[in-house]
Ligand binder design. Sequence first.
Ligand SMILES: Cc1ncc(COP(=O)(O)O)c(C=O)c1O
Length: 479
Amino acid sequence: MPDVVVVEVEELAGCPAPACAVRVIVGHVGDPALGGIAAGIGVPNNIETVRLCEPDSVAVRADRARVRAVSLTPQFPSPSSPTSSSDRPFDWVDDVAAQRRRAGLDREVRVREADDESLDLASNDYLGLSAHPVVRRAAADAALRWGAGSTGSRLVTGTTALHRELEVELADACGVEAALVFSSGYAANLAAVTALTGPDTLIVSDRHDHASLIDGCRLARSRTVVVDHGSPTAVDAALAAHGGPAMVLTESVFSVDGDSAPLCKLHAVCRAHGAGLLVDDAHGLGVLSPGGALPALDLGGAGDVVATATLSKALGSQGGVVLGPRRVIEHLTQTARTFIFDTGLAPACAAAALAALRLVRAEPDRCDRVRRVAERLHGRLTSAGLTVSTPGAAVIGIPASSPTAAAEWAQACRQRGVVVGCFRPPSVPDEASRLRLTARADLTDAALDRAVDTIVATARQRRRPQEVLPGGSCQRRSR
Ligand SMILES: Cc1ncc(COP(=O)(O)O)c(C=O)c1O
């Protein structure tokens, strides 16, 4: 019996309501290549048929085969749309904008005032260090000493003594041999994934991996398999089916729901297959321990583990880092395109991250406090009857029934002075819109209680903002 994966719904001109057709891709049961399709990362050669049919026929097909994943994302027009004409090549963006608005997916760039007094449960400033006087002072001094920008690629003029010092201290804090600093966490992830894989490498990526890891997969010239979230068993199966060089990608603490990956089990599986493990520790660094997940789980010195992190969350600055064995870091220095062809991190950011790292290491109470705040937030929201994710560190996700419900809920909170994150496609899969709350070490209990009261009161005002849609679990990723 073939296994059917319904990958996406395409809008077709002239199609009866609901104005869409379903693309069905038929492959073999257990074929790990199907995961890659579901993530939109290329269509491998070994797919037998690609057919278009209307939604109802999926049910018919389901009689004969098992439907594994259904997604109802409308396909927006693209540059190839017939609405474009040669002298107005960008007309199609208006159609995209109109459809985006109808789907409740429009986003707004809001200007944050320096004296904004809203209660912030949306930023990633987990330890409140971005405004710490020592960190600000370090940034200001560095700008005065070194100038506003780093002036060039890290390999040309963009490396200052601050960059080197930061790399040495990050490596030490994380218990690894070496570190390489990038201009962002995004660039660090692109570097690690592309530089450490080749045409024969299988990349195994968790379904909830961050967009920067996904984009790394897209840029790498390797086959990618997307596996069930947090499942060492699924990783094991994918690696066993491949049998060659492989790298497994995961986050330590997932960015949207804030849950922890089973890192020790994943590492054991990787070891059994001789695969490398790449851990994005963006939400673990400075929160799980001063040095993040690797030292917390005793994985720091492992020769088969590489970590990445951003300096923009717990460390309150900007920039990214890849951490691991010295020879791996040297390889990235020589080959990673986002290291070679990108201007180095601004000296002020390097200095701020360094000052923040020193504070975190000298005063580890901040890590404990932020986790206690997250637990309290989780406990209070759960007792108020809301469905919320269990925080592995500082992040809590609150599912909403639709993108519009999430946006309206977040807006109602904002109007009452509480800023929460609102995640809708393409930041999350189609049916997984949600509020995202971040605990901060500097939140007082009174502020926390006010935030919870606001979130709960605004939930009650809305019509069932958490009503779960049929089949509402995350079956695929879309970003
Ligand atoms: C898990 C994860 N990885 C990487 C990044 C990218 O980091 P940066 O913002 O420094 O580019 C983020 C940022 O949101 C993230 O959440």
